[in-house]
Write a protein that binds this ligand. Structure first.
Ligand code: PEP
Ligand code: MN
Length: 338
């Protein structure tokens, strides 16, 4: 953080600003120019209060020069993080990780059938919702605990690690005992209490980007989880809300590049929620891999027109298998394996 002083500041004001900065735990470097005097904070400036400093007499402006996230920051952790999601599967590093499954677990036959099909096509994780964050309270809310048990059964049959969304901290002990990766959905990206609580557990966390959140806010949410002791965070770009209504959301592929530059955490892309349209999924998935994503989260349903949730954006197992073939051709072009 740097503090720029007003022309004509007094020695008393200078002393008070320095004292306020030092009280925040930093050393102060003074740079006196002919027109401007700048005070630079050296060390961890996270406890400095930008708003309070800018109110002090003699202060012209206060600017942040480094990112407010530390544990998620590539500056302090230059190597890519690789997250183990169970059964030898990893997300991050050279190997692309493709996770697939239905929006919601609906029945034993449905989830087992889809699990076997996506595994045969090369998926490394099974994603299915059991507790669903629906806009309408009258819409299908998911199978709840029964859905988790059906996911466990599908894991037994296929060996695929299971990923499902957590909405309430009350369910955390159950999730810790059953699932392999905890998904925090877009609507809960800034549920800071929930983030802190999953940070105290050890399961990897798939953190979706909020509907209208900036990249920095998203990384700060990752920081909440990591600052509690859980380093296993996977970021998921799932489209953001813009003025455009043709697609369900707007897929922000530049966010993949930005996050890969700013953070060491792995990033996957969810082209299903980003577009809301099954026919767009294949091309957006390929674009995401071309942009440098570490993997994908794809909604796959055996009978999309009859899906209880998100049928319009779900591809069939056969379409998923075609997509995987295309990704196998694409992967070496971006220096990845699949
Ligand atoms: C989902 O993954 O099914 C879901 C509800 O996603 P999001 O939180 O990205 O809307
Ligand atoms: Mn969905």
């Amino acid at each position: 953080m740097v503090v720029i002083l007003k022309p004509g500041f007094t020695e008393r004001q200078l002393k008070d600003v320095i004292a306020a900065m030092e009280a925040g735990g930093v050393r102060v470097m003074i740079s006196k120019g002919s027109e401007t005097t700048i005070l630079g904070a050296e060390g961890d400036a996270s406890r400095l209060n930008q708003g309070l400093l800018s109110q002090l007499p003699g202060v012209e402006r206060v600017m942040r020069v480094s990112e407010p996230y530390k544990k998620a920051n590539r500056k302090y952790h230059p190597d890519d993080t690789v997250v183990n999601i169970g059964n030898g599967a990893t997300i991050g590093g050279n190997k692309l990780a493709i996770i697939a499954g239905p929006c919601s677990v609906e029945s034993p036959e449905q989830i087992s059938g889809i699990a076997k099909a996506v595994q045969a096509a090369g998926a490394v994780g099974l994603r299915g919702g059991a507790f669903k964050p629906r806009t309408s309270p009258y819409a299908f809310q998911g199978m709840g605990v029964d859905g988790i048990h059906l996911l466990e059964h599908a894991r037994q049959e296929t060996g695929l690690p299971i990923i499902t969304e957590l909405m309430s901290p009350d369910q955390l002990p159950l999730f810790e005992d059953t699932v392999d990766v905890i998904q925090i959905g877009a609507r809960n990206m800034q549920n800071f209490d929930l983030l802190k609580k999953v940070g105290r557990y050890h399961k990897p966390v798939l953190l979706k980007r909020g509907l209208s959140n900036t990249i920095e806010e998203w990384l700060m949410s990752a920081e909440y989880i990591m600052s509690e002791g859980n380093p296993n965070v996977i970021l998921c770009e799932r489209g953001i809300r813009t003025f455009e209504t043709f697609t369900r959301n707007t897929l922000d592929l530049s966010a993949v590049l930005a996050v890969k530059q700013q953070s060491h955490l792995p990033v996957v892309v969810d082209p299903s929620h980003a577009s809301g349209k099954a026919w767009m999924v294949e091309r957006l998935a390929m674009a995401a891999i071309a942009a440098g994503a570490d993997g994908l989260l794809i909604e796959v349903h055996n009978d999309p027109p009859r899906a209880l949730c998100d049928g319009a954006q779900s591809i069939t197992p056969a379409q998923f298998s075609d997509l995987m073939d295309k990704l196998r051709t694409l992967a070496p072009c971006v220096g990845r394996t699949l």
